[in-house]
Design a protein around this ligand. Structure first.
Ligand code: BJW
Ligand code: ZN
Length: 241
């Protein structure tokens, strides 16, 4: 296995995807063939899907809230939290996962760039709040202040990511320059802008690593190092102790 050498100058940016939570028992997106109960994921994870059938969308996210509450972080999440302990502000985690498992493992220098499963917000007021409730039966939740529809605090297809998240990632990459070590872990590299981070890392002269159980050739071709396998096994070995 290629070894990851970190020195006092190294700055580590990690992008994680659904594969990191697979060993905890959370299904990946493309692992479900992009389908959920016969619906295309784009239709239950999009603003148009929510307009068309809020109850269906809330059923999808309610089931996922229940499933995420039952699982636990795995050794991959723990290895990342331990690396953060070692590196302090020379570490940043950008996760596409909404399941909250990184935070439960102890990660703090973390941006949940696709939102958070255990938060909701009013479509009109827009202020996110903690919410672990499930909504299976009508009436669907409404805002007490303005009667707007309450929706999951998730970045759906066609919606923009929080600009401050992208700015923090860009600033980290710029500040690190050639000392940057970028790791993408358990992500198919199909969804943008996250899938473009590797190119930004390469552009400043950073080293790029992909850790994935079944990387696609197209995405893998954009990395210097590709480690094929389970993140729960590879990450603890890669970071040592
Ligand atoms: C293991 C493992 C183990 C398994 N160990 N590994 C540029 C070009 C083309 C299109 C676009 C573009 N820029 C923007 C777009 C549009 C769109 C997009 O990217 N579309 C593509 C599909 C082409 N992007 C957007 O709409 C984004 N918004 C945006 O850019 O706004 C501006 C804009 C809009 C429109 C046009 C242009 C600009 C928003 C994207 C939001 C994504 N949201 C979702 C769903 C909501 C979250 C939720 O409900 O949970 O987020 S999509 C879904 O995919 C989810 C995930 O976070 C995301 C990424 O998936 P991930 O994590 O990579 O999972 P998988 O399943 O794909 O892969 C798992 C991997 O793990 C696999 O590789 C396995 O091998 C591996 N694995 N077990 C290690 N044990
Ligand atoms: Zn409101």
């Amino acid at each position: 296995m290629d070894t990851l050498n970190l020195d006092e100058q190294s700055r580590v940016l990690v992008l994680t995807g659904a594969g990191v939570s697979a060993e905890s028992g959370v299904p990946t997106f493309r692992g479900m063939n992009g389908l959920w109960e016969g619906n295309r994921v784009e239709d239950v994870a999009s603003p148009t899907g929510f307009q068309a059938d809020a109850q269906l969308v809330w059923r999808f996210y309610s089931l996922r809230r229940e499933a995420a509450a039952r699982v636990r972080p795995n050794s991959g999440h723990v290895a990342l939290a331990q690396l953060e302990q070692r590196l302090g502000e020379r570490f940043l985690l950008a996760t596409q996962n909404v399941d909250g498992l990184h935070a439960r493992a102890g990660s703090r220098r973390m941006l949940a760039i696709h939102g958070e499963l255990f938060q909701s917000r009013c479509e009109r007021c827009n202020v996110p709040f903690a919410d672990s409730q499930t909504y299976f039966a009508p009436p669907m939740p409404r805002c007490e202040k303005c009667q707007g529809a309450i929706r999951p605090h998730i970045v759906w297809f066609g919606e923009t990511l929080d600009p401050s998240h992208l700015e923090q990632v860009d600033a980290f990459i710029e500040a690190a320059g050639e000392h940057l070590v970028f790791l993408a872990v358990g992500t198919s590299g199909l969804v943008y802008p996250a899938a473009g981070m590797v190119d930004a890392a390469r552009d400043v002269g950073g080293a790029t690593w992909l850790i994935d159980a079944a990387p696609s050739d197209d995405y893998a071709a954009r990395f210097d190092h590709v480690l094929r396998g389970k993140s729960g096994e590879i990450l603890p070995a890669l970071f040592g102790r």
